[in-house]
Design a protein. Structure first.
Length: 149
């Protein structure tokens, strides 16, 4: 039996696979797929823009279930900056979020950090922290260094 890309991501995969599965789950309002991206640890944490710190799978699940009750979340990761090590990886990115308003479809931007750890089950999300942005152009400041020291 051939495994699908999603099954490969949930079983192991790379941080990129888990991140892609996470955003697919948001697009599809699929709580099972979304929770499958998270590590099975008590200390996982999630912060939504302007929201409280959610610690643990129960609190995270409840928050996403409440979000999905209003429909899917059309968030698209862009401008991903990665910091990699042997057993952890941090992705700092801009999420372009498509929202429907009385004036029609609009875009909003969110600054996000996704932290992945390599667990016995493979790479998993351990932290997702987002904060509101202003506009796409105003989200990045400074210059990416050519050499880390």
């Amino acid at each position: 039996m051939k495994r699908t890309k999603l099954q490969a991501a949930i079983v192991g995969g790379t941080p990129d696979d888990i991140e892609q599965a996470f955003y697919e789950a948001l697009h599809n309002a699929d709580i099972g797929q979304l929770m499958g991206c998270w590590a099975e640890e008590d200390e996982i944490v999630c912060v939504h823009p302007g929201g409280p710190r959610l610690v643990g799978a129960g609190a995270i699940r409840a928050a996403f279930e409440a979000m999905f009750a209003n429909g899917s979340v059309q968030a698209f990761p862009e401008r991903i900056h990665k910091i990699q090590s042997l057993a952890s990886e941090v992705h700092h990115l801009v999420e372009r979020v498509e929202v429907i308003t009385p004036q029609g479809p609009q875009q909003a931007w969110v600054i996000a950090t996704n932290v992945f750890h390599k667990t016995p089950q493979g790479w998993r999300l351990v932290a997702h922290h987002t904060s509101p942005g202003t506009s796409s152009e105003a989200l990045d400041q400074g210059v990416k260094p050519k050499v880390l020291h």
